[in-house]
Design a protein around this ligand. Structure first.
Ligand code: IZC
Ligand code: ZN
Length: 387
């Protein structure tokens, strides 16, 4: 590494020669013998900027309540919205920072983070501002996505069309003016936003330069989400538990990435997406935690890799590619991160594992030993290094 960039990758003898030629420069050697060096992991789907907790909702679900029924009764996302609206920017920053610490500890050096717990202009902008500001103070890079279409806030009294109009006519211009969000996402789901409403929002987002993403075919079996993502040329379609094979075929045609979230299926006690069929159809698969207080409270992307193999038929190599180079594509950063190549940013994680199979099979345990962000070791021997 030189500065924040990977300068050379190759076999030992060539590396030795590379170092010899630079004897005059100060050189620091990190001994990675016995460890697995991987690109810093990338989580391309999180809702990590939020206030409060929803652990009681977990207990309700254990007693048989459905995720969607809790939301429809005014809980779920709407409860987190209440708490996020009340939180100051400073409180929201502090709570989110803890999550970033945990991501980093697991070897995650970049995350995407959605708004969608504000559901009014001020609170949505506040969430995006916090995501943006954390880049200044925390090693984990946060890539902000506008997701005002996450739920309909109570003040609309169930008039979803009026809220959609508000998103298109007032929120999107304000978000664009703020200049922080890169993507626009919609919770396209029965009882939330219809295919038609999702299309209108994402098309409007495009006109403001926000690249479309879509929560597609997660819960209801009505389908059509994957097809819509393909029609819009979305960067990714996420979840896809109930995607039709025709929708998957169209995603392959348009080059839409499937972001799969087996941790969410695990936590909601549902059958996960059919990763095998999606990969075999020619769709690139990325994996994400979905980190959020209701349907996936975790920052462990390595555990998601284990689940991808154990519950969705992926191989360890596919799981690692899904959390590195494919995830980089899913956040529009494949030219800068996601692989160990000369010229890419030096985001590297050393796992205490002799090979990829060991890493992915040693489940629910954190094996990240050393984490290097932009050429700087920020975790060594599992211990955070502060400047
Ligand atoms: O807070 O429940 N699915 N949005 C769509 C979520 C889960 C986040 C939440
Ligand atoms: Zn989500």
């Amino acid at each position: 590494m030189e500065g924040d960039v990977i300068a050379f990758v190759g076999p030992d003898e060539e590396a030795q020669r590379y170092v010899e030629q630079r004897r005059q420069q100060p050189i620091q050697i990190i001994d990675a013998r016995g460890k697995l060096a991987a690109p810093g992991l990338i989580d391309p789907h999180t809702h990590a900027v939020y206030a409060g907790h929803r652990e009681f909702e977990f207990s309700m679900r254990l007693r048989g309540a459905a995720y969607m029924d809790i939301l429809r009764a005014g809980g779920g996302i709407l409860q987190t919205t209440q708490q996020t609206r009340l939180a100051t920017e400073e409180e929201l920053r502090e709570q989110t920072e803890k999550r970033l610490d945990r991501f980093l500890a697991h070897g995650v050096t970049t995350i995407e983070a959605k708004s969608g717990y504000g559901l009014n202009i001020d609170a949505e902008l506040k969430q995006l501002a916090v995501a943006h500001a954390l880049n200044e103070t925390h090693p984990v890079e946060v890539i902000p996505t506008f997701m005002g279409a996450h739920a309909v806030p109570p003040e609309y009294g169930g008039d979803t069309d009026a809220y959609v109009q508000h998103i298109i006519e007032e929120m999107l211009p304000a978000v664009s003016n703020q200049g922080i969000a890169e993507f626009c996402d919609v919770f396209c789901e029965e009882h939330v936003f219809t295919l038609e409403q999702s299309r209108r929002i994402l098309e409007a987002g495009k006109r403001y330069g926000l690249k479309p993403k879509l929560h597609a075919d997660e819960i209801a079996v009505t389908g059509g989400g994957a097809e819509l993502a393909a029609e819009l040329g979305a960067v990714s379609a996420d979840h896809l538990l109930n995607a039709s094979s025709e929708g998957i075929r169209r995603m392959a045609e348009r080059g839409v990435i499937a972001v799969l979230l087996p941790g969410t299926a695990f936590f909601l006690m549902k059958r996960p997406a059919d990763a095998r069929a999606i990969i075999d159809a020619g769709v690139p698969v990325a994996l994400a935690t979905d980190c959020n207080p209701g349907s996936s409270p975790t920052e462990s992307l390595p555990f998601v890799m284990s689940l991808a193999c154990l519950t969705m038929g992926m191989t360890p190599a596919e799981a690692i590619a899904a959390c590195t180079i494919n995830a980089a594509h899913a956040v529009g950063r494949a030219n800068r991160i996601g692989s160990l190549e000369a010229g890419k940013r030096a985001d590297i994680v050393l796992f205490d594992a002799p090979n990829p199979e060991y890493l992915v099979s040693h489940y629910a345990v954190n094996l990240a030993d050393t984490v290097i962000k932009k050429g700087r070791p920020v975790i060594r021997g599992g211990v955070r290094q502060r400047r």
